[in-house]
Design a protein around this ligand. Sequence first.
Ligand code: SDX
Length: 374
Amino acid sequence: PAPTPEIRKGLAGVVVDTTAVSKVNPDTNSLLYRGYPVQELAARKSFEEVAYLLWHGELPTPEQLAAQTAVERENRALPGEVRNAILELPTSCHPMDVCRTAVSVMGAHDPSAEDSSPEAEHAKALRLWAMMPAVVALDQRRRRGQQIVDPDEDLGYAENFLHMTFGEVPDACVVRAFEVSMVLYAEHSFNASTFTARVITSTLSDLHSAVTGAIGALKGPLHGGANEAVMATFAEIGTADRAAAWLDEALAGKRRIMGFGHRVYKSGDSRVPTMKKTLDDLVAHLGTDEATALDELYDALEAAMTERKGILPNLDYPTGPAYHLMGFDTPTFTPLFVAARVVGWTAHVVEQRAANALIRPLSQYVGQAQRTVP
Ligand code: SDX
């Protein structure tokens, strides 16, 4: 008989292609975007500059940044067909379904939807990225029964995103925290949603289809949806003194603790220190009882999880409470992840197409042996 093939469930540890977009290195617990350490980019560069870097491979010159910014700002407003599609969706559906639907409508109306030249792909990626904040902000405001706030071309990407969501530009500390989260969420090699985008691109399908599929993958709580699930965990626990007992019961029930663990990082997620520092700055800046209580709960659960399972936080763990303290509704958290990761997804769409091979793995058949139809 043929030797039983080794099955790598979940493609764990399987290297399926090369990439030049980012390097996730669990041995050194580091992440490079086109060669630059992500924590340095988060500290010194705007999200706009990092987006340019991921798409084009180099940090932009002032002229290149100005050109990108001009296009981004003039494409922020949602076309009527996208806005109407969102407003027709029930507020009972998950905001990730709104993101997925909005991208599909954008693709259906984009005259260059079927043009897969690098120039067209970059132009589509930039327009998608420009419009996502308005999609996310509109959806949160309609669910709250608030008036829609139009984009403001005089504001930067992060400031405009917050202004459309909350009706005002918050303190610089909040804007900085939000921008750091966007830079850290922007890209992470072949994670499930990015790989989904590459699988769809590998059949020579279009960029909007790839991003729509990626949004579907990111929604799951084992992936991007974890940042929302972290808040549900905190709500279940209540106060810091109950964290250990809650964890013992959860682990006894074989539950996955959201915001902890990672398929690639096994000694901690390289992005967590930067985002945790950002969360700490936010807590100190706000100085409210709620912020302090959340910070204590964060530390208590992390300590208990480290002590009992030795499993460390991933990026979703500090980002969830940070988004809560910035004022976002929990169901908006993963759509925020979409607005950032759409940059990484589209950079990978372009890279996949440039050196494409149809992605089609094998399976080992364990079903019925061949039999005759009666
Ligand atoms: C993201 O890939 C990326 O880069 C993703 C991401 C990105 O930037 O794109 O980093 C973003 O998705 C971060 C991950 C967010 N997900 C969560 O926080 C959900 C909770 N995490 C787990 O479900 C889990 O850690 C995964 C899914 C993230 C990774 O799981 P693996 O690699 O498939 O490992 P596993 O689930 O098989 O667990 C291995 C062991 C198991 O023990 P046994 O059952 O074999 O005894 O570790 C345990 C698990 O029980 N374990 C956990 C755990 N994570 C692993 N136990 C409790 N809680 C957890 N969170």
